[in-house]
Design a binder for this molecule. Structure first.
Ligand code: NAP
Length: 327
């Protein structure tokens, strides 16, 4: 087996993503030692019991001591205060990263606390489930999924990157740090792409953030209906509604922070969504079958593209064992 990519890795916030990272690093022999911490004693106790980290410590400052890589795995809204706390304790020459679902807000909140001799490379594994907490992780979570690593905007150069806390200003050292983090994510099974923070936030608003808000809304509406129709919504829920409920069961803290910190891009996409919804509403009212058919043909092709890119299964009903609604 090749030598580990990092000597000591510190994971802060032991939920779905951190526990999956610890398990994936262990599977690939990618770290000499993984140290974890969480602000909740019960979470630390569960993580210690499950044993996916080599050591669990009480505080973030203890965890980052001597770490070659520190990964913030907490909700986006908690990252700034955490960075302020650990910033002065980061090892010179080490790398600070995160896994937050929004990037512009993280760069703004964390960047100012990163010492000049530490490489700050924000990241986002585009992989997850609706489960959260220290028991929810699994080693395969990142297999064949994308991990986006954030680099300064094209052409803005190493100095501008250093101003945002992204990189140290030493281009060669920054490139080497990026290559190392890329190797870690690839070792954990992911495909890696680099992107700037604004682009990331717009792309994710389309592919993840707006769809989550729509799912929350749909389930919220159905929940109101449920009171009237005496549980018929649950009883007769077809695949469409069930898929919305899975998304709408995602962690409330995480998603509150996503919307509050990716406001502009999410509102832009929701504006477009509302316009298209009105157009479909009009087509239904006016009996414009051609419009509906054309629209649904286009969306079917998008689904085909996702399958062809290997990002989802072609099996009916997402490969669920039975097409019947669960009881
Ligand atoms: P999670 O399962 O809820 O885990 C987050 C953990 O961080 C919890 O154990 C939480 O403890 C802890 N925490 C919160 N504030 C902390 C602090 N100041 N110091 C130490 N620990 C703290 O969430 P997750 O799904 O792993 O998400 C973590 C990050 O990954 C988020 O930024 C999210 O946007 C991003 N992400 C999530 C997904 C997904 O699908 N879930 C996918 C990609 C990226 P308590 O619960 O006790 O407060």
């Amino acid at each position: 087996m090749s030598p580990p990519i990092y000597g000591k890795v510190a994971l802060i916030g032991l939920g779905l993503i951190a526990s999956s990272m610890a398990l994936a690093m262990r599977r690939g022999g990618l770290a000499g030692e993984v140290v974890g911490t969480d602000h909740t004693p019960e979470t630390r106790r569960v993580a210690a019991e499950l044993g996916y980290c080599d050591e669990i410590v009480e505080t973030a400052r203890q965890a980052v001591e001597g770490a070659d890589l520190v990964v913030l795995c907490v909700p986006v809204g908690a990252m700034g205060a955490l960075a302020a706390d650990i910033g002065p304790h980061l090892k010179p020459g080490s790398t600070l990263s995160d896994v937050g679902s929004v990037k512009g807000a993280v760069v703004q909140a964390v960047g100012p606390h990163v010492p000049a001799d530490v490489h700050f490379i924000p990241g986002h594994p585009v992989a997850g489930t609706e489960h959260s907490g220290p028991r929810s992780g699994f080693a395969e979570l990142f297999d064949n999924r994308w991990c986006l690593l954030i680099t300064p905007q094209d052409g803005s150069g190493a100095e501008a990157g250093a101003d945002m806390g992204l990189g140290t200003g030493d281009r060669d050292a920054d490139d080497a740090a990026l290559a190392r983090l890329r190797a870690l994510w690839e070792g954990m099974g992911a495909n890696v792409e680099t992107m700037d923070a604004d682009r990331h936030d717009l792309v994710l608003a389309v592919t993840s953030h707006a769809p989550h808000l729509i799912a929350y809304t749909m389930v919220g509406v159905a929940d109101d209906l449920r009171r009237v129709t005496d549980s018929e919504v649950i009883k007769y829920s077809a695949a469409g509604f069930r898929d919305f409920t899975r998304i709408a069961a995602s962690d409330p803290t995480m998603w509150r922070d996503v919307f509050l910190s990716n406001k502009d891009a999410t509102l832009e996409i929701l504006g477009r969504f509302t316009e298209e919804l009105f157009a479909l509403q009009r087509a239904i009212r006016q009996g414009d079958g051609a419009h509906l058919h054309d629209y649904f043909t286009r969306t079917r092709a998008i689904r085909r593209g996702i399958i062809d890119a290997g990002q989802d299964t072609d099996a009916p009903n997402f490969g669920r064992a039975s097409g019947r609604a669960p009881r």
